[in-house]
Design a protein around this ligand. Structure first.
Ligand code: NAP
Length: 453
C-alpha cells in the first residue's frame, strides 16, 4: 500500500493511516488509496501507508483492494499508532470513543459520520482543538458534493443567510419516482429498496433523520453556532400521498424533502436566531431544486456578498463519498507534513434556536369536507380568524359521484386544496385544530409548506 513514487524514495517516512470500517465507503477509500498511491504521495508530500483496517467480520471478501493481512483485532491499539484515522463505521459507538482516542493521541481524523457529528460534534471539536489536530467531515453532508469546505473556508469572510437543499438521495429518489409514475409512497419505497437506493430499514431516511443530522451540521458551520440534532424540526415523507403529488402538479409544483437552515432576524428584544428544519415541501417547477431527479442532491447557499450559490451532484454511494473522504485525507495529511492546523470549530456567534411556531411559511392544506353549500366560506373564515389569508382554493376531487348518489347513500364529500400566503406556524396550528373540530370537515388530509417562491 505504500508509494513507489519519487517521494517514497526521498526518505521521508510515510504517514500512518488507520481505516475504521470497510463497507460501502471504506472499500472505495481503500481502493483509491491503493490505485492512486503515487499521486496521493505527490500531493501530500509523503506516502500514505495504511497500517490497519478495523471491521467486524474478518472473513468477508471485500475485493482486491482490501488486504486481509491489515485487519486488526484491537481498533483502540490501531488508532494509537496512527498519524491519520479515517472513520467509516457509522453509528455512535465505538466510533465516538475511537475518534476521541485518536485525537487525544495526536492523530488527525476524517469521518463521514453525520449522526455522530450531529449528536456529539461539540465533544469531538473540543477534543480536536485541545489536541491541536484536524477533524474533517466533508463526506458527512451531501456525499461527493464539496459543501463543508466552501461554507467553512471559502465563505468564511461572508455572511451566510440561508442554506436550503435536498441532502438525502433516498427520499429524493422516492419522491421523484412518485412524481414520475404516480406511485404510492409504499410502492416507490419498495422499488427504491429493490434498486439499492433505500436500505432494508429505511427509517433514518424516510423519517427525515439523516437530513436533519446534515441540517444540524450545516447550521453549525453556516452560523458559527452549536446546532445539534435535537434543535432541528424534523418531518419525514411517510405521509406524502399520491394525492399530494397530484395536487402539487396541478399547482405547478413538485414535492421535495428540504433541509433549510437560516438566520431569523432579531425583532425588538428578541435577538437574531437560527432556524433549522427538515420537511417535505411544495417547490415550484420553475425552481432549480424541482428538477433534481433520482438520488441526486442539490444545495443552495445564500450569502450577503456572494449571492446565491448552487451545489449539485451525487450525495451518496461508495465512490462519490470516497472522493470527499480522500479530499479530506489529503488536506489533513498536508497539515501533518507542513505543520499547522486547519480550521477548527467556530461557534463564537452562539445564536439561539428559533422555535418553528414563530416562523412564517406558505402552506398547502388538503381537507376532506362534506360537499355542501357554505363549507368553503366556513373554511376561509376559520383561516381568516387566525390571520391566514388564502392565495388559492379549489376542489381537488369529488369523493362520491353526486349524480349516482342514492337517498340513503352518504353525503357527497370533496377534497379541497388551499394554498395560503405566508402565515405564522402557530396560527396554522390553531386554524387546523379549529378546522378539525368543524362539523363539515371530515379530515385534514395533508399539510405541507410551500417553499422556493
Ligand atoms: P457500511 O457499508 O455499513 O460499512 C460500515 C463498516 O464499518 C463495515 O465494514 C463494518 O464492518 C464496520 N463496522 C461497523 N461497526 C464496527 C465495529 N463495531 N467494529 C469494527 N468495524 C465496524 O457503511 P457505509 O455505507 O460505508 O457508511 C460508512 C459511514 O459513511 C457512515 O457514517 C455513513 O453515514 C457515511 N456515509 C455513507 C454514505 C454512503 O453512500 N454509503 C454517504 C455519505 C456518508 P463489517 O463489514 O465487518 O460489518
Amino acid at each position: 500500500m505504500s508509494s513507489t513514487g519519487p517521494l517514497a524514495a526521498s526518505g521521508r517516512p510515510p504517514l500512518k493511516v488507520a481505516v475504521l470500517g470497510a463497507g460501502t465507503v471504506g472499500v472505495e477509500v481503500l481502493r483509491l488509496l491503493t490505485t492512486q498511491a503515487d499521486d496521493l504521495a505527490q500531493r501530500v508530500g509523503v506516502p500514505l501507508q495504511v497500517i490497519g483496517i478495523s471491521v467486524r467480520d474478518t472473513t468477508k471478501d471485500r475485493g482486491p483492494h482490501v488486504d486481509p493481512s491489515l485487519y486488526v483485532h484491537d481498533a483502540h491499539a490501531l488508532v494509537r499508532e496512527a498519524d491519520l484515522v479515517v472513520e467509516l463505521m457509522g453509528g455512535i459507538e465505538p466510533a465516538r470513543t475511537l475518534l476521541l482516542e485518536s485525537m487525544a493521541h495526536g492523530a488527525s481524523v476524517v469521518t463521514a459520520n453525520k449522526a455522530l457529528l450531529a449528536q456529539e460534534g461539540a465533544e469531538l471539536y473540543e477534543t480536536a482543538d485541545a489536541a491541536g489536530v484536524d477533524l474533517h467531515f466533508e463526506a458527512a453532508v451531501a456525499g461527493a458534493i464539496p459543501l463543508v469546505r466552501p461554507i467553512r473556508e471559502s465563505l468564511a469572510g461572508d455572511r451566510i443567510q440561508r442554506v436550503l437543499g435536498i441532502v438525502n438521495g433516498t427520499t429524493n429518489y422516492i419522491l421523484d419516482a412518485m412524481t414520475r409514475t404516480g406511485a404510492s409512497f409504499e410502492d416507490a419505497l419498495a422499488t427504491a429498496q429493490d434498486l439499492g437506493y433505500a436500505e432494508a430499514d429505511p427509517t433514518a431516511d424516510v423519517e427525515g433523520l439523516d437530513a436533519a443530522a446534515k441540517a444540524a451540521i450545516l447550521a453549525s458551520l453556516a452560523f458559527h453556532s452549536r446546532v445539534a440534532l435535537q434543535d432541528v424540526h424534523c418531518e419525514g415523507i411517510t405521509s406524502v400521498s399520491a394525492d399530494d403529488i397530484a395536487a402539487a402538479r396541478r399547482l405547478g409544483s413538485v414535492i421535495k424533502l428540504l433541509s433549510i437552515v437560516e438566520r431569523v432576524p432579531g425583532e425588538g428584544e428578541v435577538p437574531e436566531r437560527v432556524s433549522a428544519r427538515v420537511y417535505p415541501a411544495l417547490v415550484p417547477t420553475s425552481h432549480p431544486l424541482a428538477s433534481v431527479a433520482e438520488a441526486y442532491n442539490a444545495v443552495f447557499v445564500e450569502a450577503d456578498a456572494a449571492g446565491s450559490l448552487m451545489f449539485y451532484g451525487q450525495g451518496a454511494g461508495g465512490a462519490p463519498t470516497a472522493s470527499a473522504v480522500l479530499g479530506d485525507l489529503v488536506s489533513v495529511a498536508r497539515q501533518k507534513v507542513h505543520g499547522g492546523k486547519g480550521p477548527g470549530e467556530s461557534h463564537y456567534a452562539s445564536l439561539p434556536i428559533a422555535p418553528l411556531e414563530e416562523l412564517r411559511n406558505g402552506f398547502y392544506v388538503a381537507l376532506t369536507v362534506d360537499d355542501e353549500p357554505g363549507v368553503l366560506a366556513d373554511v376561509a373564515g376559520t383561516l381568516s380568524r387566525h390571520g391566514i389569508s388564502i392565495a388559492t382554493i379549489h376542489q381537488e376531487q369529488e369523493q362520491t359521484d353526486p349524480f349516482e348518489a342514492q337517498e340513503e347513500a352518504p353525503a357527497p364529500r370533496a377534497r379541497i386544496g388551499i394554498v395560503t400566503h405566508r402565515a405564522l406556524e402557530s396560527a396554522m396550528s390553531g386554524a387546523l385544530s379549529d378546522l378539525s373540530a368543524h362539523d363539515a370537515v371530515v379530515g385534514v388530509d395533508s399539510v405541507l409548506r410551500v417553499e422556493g417562491e
